[in-house]
Design a protein around this ligand. Structure first.
Ligand SMILES: *Cc1c(COP(=O)(O)O)cnc(C)c1O
Length: 375
């Protein structure tokens, strides 16, 4: 089956007369349970819920492994790190990109490092990145990186990490499982924030982890129950409902992102346009081999902070907002967040599903307003 079909069928129960295609969310803190607890699939709401089961089945189908849903992308990140870095004694080394998701970097430095985990970082595009793998416990990869959109060869880095005895996890949020499947590329963990393109409607926070090893899946499942970072059934159901349109949304958003990137590239007041799907982009050679879709995120630089702020204020269709991957096109001056060392005029834009012509017109008008009286 192709992706467009798989996302619609994923996790949907066998047809049953008079039943909905996707049953509604089950709200339950406890379930009827007489006698032996092992006689029931569901016992208490923290360790299982039929709404999770269906969504996890869907994610597992798409990822090619067993999936677990978490309350957020960060809960999913921490579930993997706790499992790999905190459970066993001895020296622990975490290698991660220095240009990856800023909160993950902060948690590594401020929470895991004081617990004795050695944290090593290098930029995604650094050809010597793999040199850091010596003695590593876990190699954490993110491609394309957020927000610089550099890509790395996931299959090759995974081989290098495994050769040195390290486990490999890929934060697949920016790409999504439709653009690249980390488990198929050899990674031990595929991790994502489903708050972004997977759910895609800017209405929920959720995350997941997928693994191939059933024993590891079981341990993560117990760990989730122990740590209690569980997702609410309403969010999980909304995400599953939204999954059906994911292929259509990503196709449109990727086409829009490319149209916007091409337009920006031709403008003298715009510098450093980055989009992995632009043939002239440094990420293109690997991205075009590794990714099935180039995704919604475009980044670029305007002259300075004031120009960037005027641009964002002048946009009518492009909403000023953080995050990415929704049906609404959004943009922000990424350097406004603590922990991001980016040029002042750096903008991260996430293309939504509107008409490409309307978006380009809006961006062109906003650029004119932002720059015309200030040359
Ligand atoms: C947003 C994001 C996360 C965190 O996910 P939440 O759902 O916001 O907790 C992790 N990694 C990347 C790359 C992200 O973009």
């Amino acid at each position: 089956m192709r992706d467009a079909t798989r996302v619609i069928k994923a996790g949907i129960p066998a047809p049953a007369q008079g039943e909905p295609f996707l049953p509604g969310p089950t709200f339950a803190s406890k379930f009827f349970l007489e006698g032996e607890p092992s006689s029931s699939r569901y016992t208490y709401g923290r360790n299982g819920n039929p709404t999770w089961t269906r969504f996890e089945q869907a994610l597992g189908d798409l990822e090619g492994g067993s999936a677990l849903v978490y309350a957020s992308g960060m809960a999913a990140v921490n579930a993997v790190w706790a499992d790999v870095l905190l459970r066993a004694p001895g020296p622990r080394v975490l290698v991660m990109p220095s240009d990856g998701y800023n909160l993950a970097r902060r948690v590594a430095r401020e929470f895991y490092a004081p617990l004795g985990v050695e944290v090593r970082m290098a930029p995604t595009s650094d050809p010597k990145f793999a040199d850091l793998f010596e003695g590593a416990t876990l190699v954490w990869l993110e491609s394309p990186s957020n927000p610089m959109l550099d890509v790395c060869d996931l299959a090759q880095l995974t081989v290098e990490a495994h050769r040195r005895g390290a486990l490999v996890a890929v934060d697949n949020t920016t790409a999504t499982v439709l653009a690249q499947r980390p488990l198929e590329l050899g990674a031990d963990f595929s991790v994502a924030s489903d708050s972004k393109a997977l759910a895609g409607h800017s209405d929920l926070i959720l995350g997941h982890v997928a693994v191939r090893d059933p024993e590891r899946a079981g341990r993560l499942r117990r760990g989730r129950d122990e740590q209690g970072a569980i997702a609410g059934p309403m969010e999980v159901w909304l995400a599953h409902r939204s999954l059906a349109t994911m292929d259509v949304r990503l196709e449109r958003a990727s086409a829009n992102a490319l149209a916007i990137a091409r337009f920006l590239q031709g403008r003298p007041e715009v510098r450093q346009v980055r989009y992995p799907g632009l043939p002239s982009d440094p990420s293109y050679p690997i991205a075009s081999r590794q990714m099935h879709r180039f995704g919604p995120i475009v980044s670029f630089e305007l002259a300075d902070r004031a120009t960037a702020d005027r641009f964002l204020h002048a946009c009518r269709l492009v909403f000023a907002a953080t995050s990415f991957g929704g049906v609404h096109t959004t943009a922000e001056r990424r350097g406004r967040w603590a922990g991001e060392s980016l040029p002042d005029g750096f903008i991260r834009l996430s293309a939504g599903c509107e008409s490409a012509d309307d978006l380009v017109d809006d961006i062109a008008a906003a650029l004119a307003t932002a720059t015309e009286d200030h040359r």
